[in-house]
Ligand binder design. Structure first.
Ligand SMILES: C[S@@+](CC[C@H](N)C(=O)[O-])C[C@H]1O[C@@H](n2cnc3c(N)ncnc32)[C@H](O)[C@@H]1O
Length: 365
């Protein structure tokens, strides 16, 4: 997945991504791209590694995505400095602790720009009291590096030492927002590029007022940062964990104009069309919303045809995409009713072929 990880390759690979995107979207009338660079190293706030046991030794491994061969990983330069520090410290601590290392097969790290760290240890065996005691000592030792939390996972088991989330702080222009990010739920991996993405979307929707409807809102990443641009924000999201976080985040940021409901975008399209009535929407008068702006940030599959039809009814569409191929398919439909006003490339994933883009469209006059 990663290749040529070194700052001297950064500019070239970003130029290549820009060229590839220009070619892929050549059939559209695109404005000049807004380009948002990443830090060349230590940009990634999440990392997951398999663990390899070799006699008394154990180390992290990853797999080559083409050859499927495993390779040893002692440091991971794209991951945050905190993750790199913790990677070594963790192995040093658990190497001679049988209850912590026995049948450990994966370690997941989630760090934040605010300096917190959550470590999930995944096992092919059931965890017990002894594990809990040793894990508490491990947490105390690793806390010398940063505020650390530890989770143990095994089949049908999830042991949480204190908490299963980190609290991130993201600065967007002159404002700082607080976000709870829960283990195993979606969060943008590149914190500083995420801040740039939020600012781009916020500036692109400034002074337009009305209401914002958001599909695929996750933990409220965009809903919260963009709330002050709108009278009301209504976000929808399928994951129960993310919806719960989003609700916590609304309170933590003292917002009173944002609501989030758990609903797939497919169901939400049906509710908007009046085809089905959902108990979860009780108390929400969908007809009272002013459908000026919609923001979508779908998974790699892009928008299904009903969601494309739904978003095409809005005056303004903000489309954040992690897959240029599905974005292109969706744009082919959306340009029938809308013009592309802004196009941005956010370099969330340096040294990989992945590209994050943003498009702002407005209805044709
Ligand atoms: C790329 S993430 C974006 C999340 C959020 N906008 C952010 O910036 O963190 C896509 C989100 O879509 C959610 N999702 C996936 N399929 C969905 C569906 N059919 N309907 C609604 N949400 C869905 C996922 O749970 C995930 O939170």
């Amino acid at each position: 997945m990663f290749s040529h990880i070194a700052p001297q390759f950064y500019d070239k690979q970003l130029d290549n991504k820009q060229d590839d995107i220009a070619k892929l979207f050549s059939e559209f009338d695109l404005p000049n791209f807004d380009i948002f660079r990443s830090e060349p190293l230590n940009y990634r706030l999440r990392a997951e590694f398999r663990v390899w046991h070799d006699g008394d030794d154990l180390f992290y491994i990853m797999f080559n995505s083409e050859t499927k061969e495993k390779y040893r990983v002692d440091t991971f330069p794209v991951a945050s400095k905190l993750i790199n520090q913790a990677m070594k410290a963790l192995l040093d601590e658990i190497k001679d602790k049988p209850s912590l290392r026995h049948r450990l097969f994966q370690v997941d790290f989630l760090s934040t720009l605010s300096g917190e760290l959550l470590i999930s240890l995944l096992y092919h065996r059931q965890l017990d009291e002894e594990w809990l005691t040793e894990a508490a000592t491990l947490k105390a030792t690793l806390s010398a590096i940063a505020p650390v939390d530890i989770i143990g996972r095994a089949k049908k088991q999830k042991f949480i030492l204190d908490k299963d989330y980190v609290t991130e702080q993201l600065t967007v222009g002159d404002k700082t927002y607080i976000y709870e990010q829960v283990e195993n739920s979606f969060t943008q991996p590149n914190g500083h590029v995420n801040e740039q993405m939020l600012l781009w979307a916020k500036q692109g929707t400034q002074n337009i007022g009305g209401d914002l409807i958001e599909l695929y809102c996750g933990n409220g990443n965009f809903s919260i940062a963009l709330a002050e641009n709108f009278d009301r924000v209504l976000g929808t999201e399928i994951s129960k964990t993310s919806v719960k976080s989003a609700q916590t985040n609304i309170t933590a940021n003292k917002l009173n104009n944002v609501d989030i409901i758990r609903m797939s975008s497919e169901d939400f399209s049906q509710a908007m069309n009046g085809e089905r009535v959902f108990r979860r929407l009780e108390g929400f008068d969908l007809k009272s919303y002013n459908y000026d702006t919609v923001l979508v940030d779908p998974p790699r599959a892009g928008l299904d045809s009903d969601s494309v039809e739904l978003v095409s009814r809005f005056e303004r569409i903000v489309y954040i995409s992690c897959n240029p191929e599905t974005l292109k398919e969706n744009l082919a439909e959306l340009v029938k009713t809308h013009n592309i006003e802004k196009f941005a490339l956010f370099d969330q994933f340096p040294y990989t072929h992945h590209v994050e883009t943003g498009v702002i469209l407005s209805r044709k006059k």
